[in-house]
Design a protein around this ligand. Structure first.
Ligand SMILES: [Zn+2]
Length: 64
């Protein structure tokens, strides 16, 4: 599988998170400019978002 083929679904998923998960669960801050960092390891994709207001870390993990 080429790098380009692998990247595509990650970008799609990240876009989905960006649209729906911008509000911090801890303090309610809406991070309009923020996004999710994506990390991959093996067959898992881990998304992480750090709230710029209270530093709460939100994590999602998906299996490919
Ligand atoms: Zn927060």
């Amino acid at each position: 599988m080429s790098a380009q083929q692998r990247r595509f679904p990650f970008d799609r998923l990240r876009q989905k998170f960006d649209e729906t998960e911008r509000r911090c669960r801890q303090c309610g801050f809406v991070d309009d400019d923020g996004g999710w960092r994506v990390r991959t390891s093996g067959d898992r994709v881990t998304y992480q978002h750090v709230c710029p207001s209270c530093d709460a870390i939100e994590t999602r993990e998906l299996r490919l």
